[in-house]
Design a protein around this ligand. Structure first.
Ligand SMILES: Cc1cc2nc3c(=O)[nH]c(=O)nc-3n(C[C@H](O)[C@H](O)[C@H](O)COP(=O)(O)OP(=O)(O)OC[C@H]3O[C@@H](n4cnc5c(N)ncnc54)[C@H](O)[C@@H]3O)c2cc1C
Length: 501
């Protein structure tokens, strides 16, 4: 370890160094610079966005991280801080169809942003009882979101007691309505007699890297968030990261790519700056760390710790196995977002969280980036860009799948597509597995969402923005309020709020 500390007499200059230009780091830099703070944003890669990355192909960049853009109001708020509008920086289109779902060759089911259209579509594809269940589900999911929007999602990390206070002890109805002690899967059975709908809405637990069989029913709120709006970003998700970098720089943020932070300097319980991989020292009296919280080892922190926030192996969230490809497709008409389900959902999550294996029969998510809301291909030629994704255990620091193992996973993935009447013929592909995600996001083991949201206490086990080291703040998907593009963005805004306070 480079054991460099500040000289006893030296005082770190009044500036903020942000480590990592993912959504959280970019958001924090915009929020702080809009209030006149002196900000340097350091990123180890040569592109901004972190997980919001694209992989190049002969057909152009393929979105190979997040693809579903929700909770636009958080970005409206962020851009407004800088006197800007999101719409002036990226071209957005609100989707009518949230996603297309299939279980077999017998047809597909579309979920719509318009609730009434979904009710009708459920009544046609399933039956009236499930349609009624959906209406009840929407009401309850909306209520959970409304209870938590200002008290948890958009606020500094509370303790369980603090959250109850914010909601109001006397508001017993709202507290019980959060269903913290039910599992998501258990709760869904009370709304939907048809298992396929339990699967469809249970999958929202995977948006935070968790199993619907272990996550609290509170996560029903994610369904509500999606119904409030999913937007397509013209040119791909990565355009948003680039737009945020541009906005930050416009406001005076000093952005440095290819700058890997090796240590955060701490002396006398106070932050003093950072040391880069090449040995360069940058001093500052505030540092916001936006990488995975599990990388904050004592070695990284000048032999100090921030407490018990590193995620143990058995508490990690999901990783993924992804194929970023250009391909011809036949059969099932694709939407931008498509979910092809396995026929034994329990087995899939047991395989991941109990046996530690990639499921033989995985649920397959396909983002068909060149498809619009009318299921049309907007690219030229027969080939289109696809991101195919299956869930994987976060074993990236222990296992690197061999070519044979990857081939077998590819075969299993294609079998699910075939079972749903979709033929995929790739001409070029890049596979990313947990070990590569671990390299891209050190400390994570390939877990893409920090700590799994299993059990009602998991959300409270995430670190908040402030740490016990004076001047060191945290942001990102592995800390409060949690993972996902909007949440990570919110965490950056919350860290900035703490500093400005
Ligand atoms: C395949 C995939 C699909 C997903 N799908 C969705 C989706 O559809 N919708 C959604 O909302 N979310 C989705 N997510 C989750 C979402 O992308 C993340 O929760 C969010 O982008 C995390 O942002 P972040 O700022 O916390 O961290 P990251 O994106 O991980 O950014 C951290 C940054 O810090 C940098 N860094 C780390 N350590 C250092 C260091 N020591 N020095 C300098 N730089 C450092 C990294 O290089 C990186 O750029 C998906 C994620 C993946 C991977």
């Amino acid at each position: 370890m480079l054991n460099v500390t500040l000289e006893k007499t030296a005082t770190a200059p009044n500036r903020t160094i942000i480590v990592g230009a993912g959504m959280a780091g970019l958001a924090a830099s915009i929020a702080l610079s809009s209030k006149g703070e002196d900000v340097t944003l350091l990123e180890t890669r040569d592109y901004p966005g972190g997980k919001m990355r694209e992989i190049s192909s002969k057909a152009g960049g393929i979105d190979s991280g997040p693809t579903v853009f929700t909770m636009k109001y958080i970005f409206d708020e962020l851009f407004e801080m800088a006197g800007a509008r999101v719409e002036d920086h990226v071209t957005l289109e609100k989707a009518d169809v949230l996603a297309r779902h299939a279980w077999d060759k017998s047809g597909h089911f579309d979920l719509f942003a318009d609730r009434q259209r979904s009710v009708e579509s459920i009544e046609t594809f399933f039956d009236a009882e499930n349609a009624q269940g959906y209406q009840n589900f929407c009401k309850d999911a909306g209520a959970i979101f409304n209870t938590l929007r200002e008290t948890m999602i958009g606020a500094q990390r509370p303790s369980p007691l603090e959250l109850s206070k914010r909601i109001g002890f006397i508001n017993i109805r709202a507290l019980l309505g959060l269903k913290p002690l039910n599992t998501l899967w258990g709760a869904l059975g009370q709304y939907f007699p048809d298992q396929r709908l339990q699967q469809l809405f249970g999958r929202y637990a995977t948006y935070v890297g968790s199993s619907p069989y272990l996550a609290p029913a509170t996560l029903m709120l994610i369904a509500h968030v999606e119904q409030e709006g999913v937007w397509f970003i013209k040119g791909g998700m990565h355009k948003l990261a680039k737009a945020m970098q541009d906005l930050a720089e416009l406001q005076g943020v000093k952005y440095r790519d290819n700058s890997c932070v090796k240590n955060i300097m701490v002396q006398n319980g106070k932050v003093g700056g950072v040391i880069l991989e090449e040995g360069e020292i940058l001093t500052a009296n505030k540092v916001i760390y936006c990488g995975d919280v599990s990388a904050l080892t004592p070695e990284f922190l000048s032999n100090k710790t921030i407490g018990n926030y590193q995620v143990p192996r058995n508490k990690r969230s999901l990783s993924a196995l992804t194929w970023s490809m250009t391909a011809k497709t036949n059969g099932m008409d694709l939407h931008r977002h498509n979910v092809l389900f396995s026929d034994d959902y329990k087995l899939e999550f047991d395989s991941i969280f109990k046996q530690g294996n990639i499921p033989k029969k995985p649920t397959l998510y396909i983002c068909a980036q060149d498809r619009n809301d009318q299921f049309e291909k907007t690219c030229e030629g027969e080939e289109e860009r696809l991101l195919c994704l299956v869930n994987s255990p976060a074993f990236g620091d222990e296992r690197n799948l061999s070519l044979d193992e990857l081939q077998s996973c590819s075969d299993d993935m294609m079998k699910i597509a075939d079972q749903c009447g979709l033929e995929i013929k790739p001409s070029q592909q890049t596979i990313t597995q947990a070990s590569q995600f671990e390299k891209l996001f050190p400390g994570s083991g390939g877990a893409l969402y920090g700590r799994a949201s299993h059990g009602w206490t998991a959300s409270f086990a995430r670190a908040g923005a402030e740490t016990k080291i004076s001047g060191l703040y945290l942001a990102g998907g592995s800390v409060h309020p949690g993972p996902g593009v909007p949440m990570a963005t919110m965490s950056g805004m919350l860290a900035a709020e703490k500093i400005l306070a």
